[in-house]
Write a new protein. Structure first.
Length: 95
């Protein structure tokens, strides 16, 4: 078996790193590929069916990406708050 090494550009490295570190994102991408090139290609009868399927996956992917972003921001804020001793969490006052 011959191993072919390809030199990746920076964008390809970023994409591969993101897919390796995020199983949910990888699953969404694979689902879109399946819709356009895989077994789903045979099951979808019209362009509207394919468009609806892809849009659904794109929405799911967007939701996943945003949820991951929120979690990273939350962790970062918690770390910054822990490092800043004068930080006091803000809470609404009950009247």
């Amino acid at each position: 078996m011959m191993v072919v090494m390809k030199i990746l550009n920076e964008e390809e490295k970023i994409i591969l790193d993101a897919l390796r570190s995020n199983c949910e994102l990888k699953a969404c991408i694979l689902e879109m590929i399946d819709i356009t090139d895989g077994k789903s290609l045979e099951e979808l009868k019209t362009g509207d069916d394919a468009a609806e399927a892809v849009v659904g996956v794109i929405q799911k992917t967007g939701k996943t990406i945003l949820q991951n972003w929120i979690e990273r921001k939350k962790i970062k804020a918690e770390k910054e708050a822990a490092a800043n001793k004068s930080y006091r969490p803000h809470e609404k006052k009950c009247l």
